[in-house]
Design a protein around this ligand. Structure first.
Ligand code: ASP
Length: 275
């Protein structure tokens, strides 16, 4: 898992080091995480109660406020690329199900067969967020580029135990994914229903924009009040407009990492306090 995280960090950092935009950096990092099969997204996606895959993703550009998302698609190799295409090639924000897949085919995106998905991704009702959750989950990336623009991207195969057709927070802009140059960029993981009810990513941004909090203070307060106090589990990664990373979670572990500077200094961690 550490190697997969480092590879994703490098993929994003390579873009930024060449002077590329944060939107490209988060796309590259999330694609690497979708492809590695070790997280609940892309190749590693969990199955739903019917044994199928429901893939969701979203991306947001903090410079323009543009956003794109896709939900309930089943055979996309990189759902984040579909979200990106929705953002850049349609007037819409969110496409779902058959229409989203038709659009993906027309956009030339790559589809995979059922046997592409990692064998460990079978539905297991014993798994869940909280004390017994395995150290894996939704993938996300946030970045600040040399031009001062932030972006966020998130991709998921959904929660372990869910009804077919369920959609979580990941593809809902403001719930699981949000970016605004005035605030920073945020990507969330955890029990999506809690993030949806609290519109959590946007709640954090609003605390910064209207409440004068730092992104770190805002994320900690929102997680405490809207997640932990309500019995939910999850975590948030963010970067503020000055490039300071923010990582908050109330789960036993959250695989996470940072990378910055021309030399790509960074670190990865799993347990609390490891950075
Ligand atoms: N937040 C995701 C969802 O609810 C799941 C996760 O982060 O593990 O779909």
């Amino acid at each position: 898992m550490g190697d997969a995280l480092r590879a994703a960090l490098r993929a994003g950092h390579d873009v930024l080091r060449r002077g590329g935009p944060s939107v490209d950096a988060v796309t590259a990092a999330v694609c690497a995480l979708e492809d590695c099969g070790q997280f609940d997204a892309g190749k590693g996606a969990y199955r739903n109660a019917d044994g199928g895959f429901d893939l969701d993703a979203a991306i947001m550009d903090g410079r323009t406020g543009a956003a794109g998302a896709a939900a309930h698609v089943h055979r996309l190799k990189n759902t984040i690329r579909l979200a990106r295409a929705v953002m850049e090639r349609t007037p819409h924000v969110l496409l779902v199900a058959e229409g989203a897949e038709r659009f993906a085919r027309e956009a030339g995106l790559e589809f995979v067969d059922d046997d592409y998905f990692a064998p460990s991704a079978h539905h297991d009702p014993a798994q869940g967020h909280g004390a017994n959750a395995r150290p894996s989950g939704t993938v996300g990336a946030v970045a600040l580029d040399a031009a001062g623009n932030v972006a966020a991207a998130t991709s998921t195969g959904g929660t372990h135990v869910r009804l077919a057709g369920r959609v979580g927070d990941t593809p809902i802009i403001g719930a699981g994914t949000y970016a605004d140059n005035a605030v920073g960029a945020l990507s969330c993981t955890g029990e999506g229903e809690f993030f949806l009810r609290a519109v959590l990513a946007h709640d954090i941004a609003a605390r910064v924009e209207h409440g004068g909090k730092s992104l770190a203070e805002a994320a900690e307060a929102a997680a405490r009040e809207k997640l932990t106090a309500r019995g939910g589990f999850g975590g948030i990664i963010g970067v503020d407009r000055h490039g300071r990373p923010v990582m908050v979670f109330n789960t036993p572990t959250m695989a996470r990492g940072t990378i910055s500077g021309a030399d790509g200094d960074g670190c990865v961690a799993l347990f609390a306090g490891g950075m």
